[in-house]
Ligand binder design. Structure first.
Ligand code: B12
Length: 307
């Protein structure tokens, strides 16, 4: 595995960091930003710290900070600067503002993921001293939103996207549910429509509800409407929470409207329908029963906690 290697050739550093050979040489020769060891034949040998440093310098230069300002900074100072300049990149939609310490962890986490250093990413995704809610809202959710941005801007490969999503799911699952269900009267079923595999938002939401003491049933992604209706009836659901990320054109089996119309016809009046996800946000759904649309997790948590 990459992270257990101690030394890298210049080719490997270029591959891992995205810095060109020309730039790397300028940074070394003119700015003394990196000082790799040399073999007897004069070949450069970079340590894991050098690679991390090159990655941080590159990321900062991409954010418009010149090498002249960063070349002599220590690894900790570079991390601070990364955290300071990254705040606005973590919030495509309203998320709780992470503390400065957690901003630093987020910055480190993404440097580690750029280096495919998944062992470190796993460590950064651990709660440490933070309580469950704080951990979810200030670290895991901002990390997921940064995943969105990185995939959209093309800086995350498919492998990155898959591994990162899997590690986030692991981290959410590792948060224990409270033993006492103080909102046992809320029996909430969670699903995504058939053909839609985007379950991460739903997993976050189910954990938020479970932490608030609701009785949650996480069915997961890709649930056929008939099975979902039947399950809600048998579970005696008070809430059906649906997250829809894809339209029919993008891969869902049905139009969202058709999907919820079917459910609406079969569900008892007492089952509330809560919708979320980027496709739900652009699909006007009007039914006899009240339908609530959530665009982010904060109002969702507030609604449950107010019940
Ligand atoms: C991870 C991911 C995947 C993973 C999903 C893995 C998994 N187990 O969930 C995989 C690799 C399977 C995947 C596949 C595909 N994906 Co995809 N995927 C993403 C990605 C990168 C992140 C989505 C995510 O989970 N983010 C983290 C969560 C927390 O954020 P969120 O979903 O944006 O949710 C926010 C709100 O909607 C809301 N929310 C969401 N759900 C819920 C639930 C509740 C209850 C509440 C309260 C709030 C809430 O809160 C969040 C914070 O604001 C997005 C990129 C993006 N910008 O969204 C693309 C994206 C969603 N995918 C997309 C596409 C097109 C696909 C594919 C068709 C790609 C392809 N060509 O194969 C396939 C379709 C597969 C399928 N049939 O479902 C498009 C969708 C286009 C659109 N609708 O605008 C996106 C937007 C990428 C893009 N920019 O093109 N994808």
């Amino acid at each position: 595995m990459e992270s257990s290697r101690t030394e890298y050739s210049i080719r490997q550093v270029i591959e891992l960091t995205g810095v060109s050979e020309f730039l790397l040489r300028v940074w070394e020769n003119r700015y003394k930003a990196l000082q790799p060891k040399r073999t007897k034949t004069g070949r450069r040998l970079y340590s894991q710290d050098d690679v991390l440093r090159a990655r941080m310098l590159f990321e900062l230069s991409e954010r418009g900070i010149k090498i002249g300002q960063t070349a002599r900074l220590s690894a900790d100072e570079l991390n601070e600067l990364l955290a300071k300049t990254s705040t606005e990149r973590y919030s495509p939609s309203p998320a709780r503002r992470p503390s400065a310490a957690r901003e630093r962890t987020l910055a480190r986490l993404f440097v580690a993921s750029d280096l495919f250093d998944w062992d470190s990413v796993r460590i950064y995704l651990k709660p440490g001293e933070a309580g469950a809610e704080e951990h979810l809202h200030e670290l895991l959710i901002p990390a997921a939103l940064e995943l969105n941005s990185r995939v959209d801007e093309g800086s995350f490969s498919i492998a990155h996207e898959h591994i990162f999503t899997a590690l986030l799911k692991e981290a959410i699952a590792a948060i224990p549910n409270p033993k006492f269900k103080k909102r046992r009267h809320m029996r909430m079923v969670f699903a995504t429509p058939e053909g839609d595999y985007h379950e991460l938002g739903l997993i976050f939401a189910a954990k938020i509800a479970a932490l608030a003491g609701a009785d949650t049933l996480m069915l997961g992604p890709n649930v056929p409407k008939r099975d979902l209706g039947e399950t809600c009836l048998r579970f005696d659901a008070t809430h059906l929470v649906l997250s829809s990320s894809l339209s029919r054109q993008e891969g869902a089996k049905d139009d969202l409207l058709r999907y919820v119309n079917f459910l609406d016809r079969g569900l008892p009046a007492r089952t509330r329908l809560w919708l979320a996800g980027r496709n739900a946000a652009v699909t006007p759904v009007k039914l006899e029963r009240p339908v609530r649309l959530f665009e982010s997790f904060e109002p969702f948590a507030a609604e449950i906690n107010n019940d």
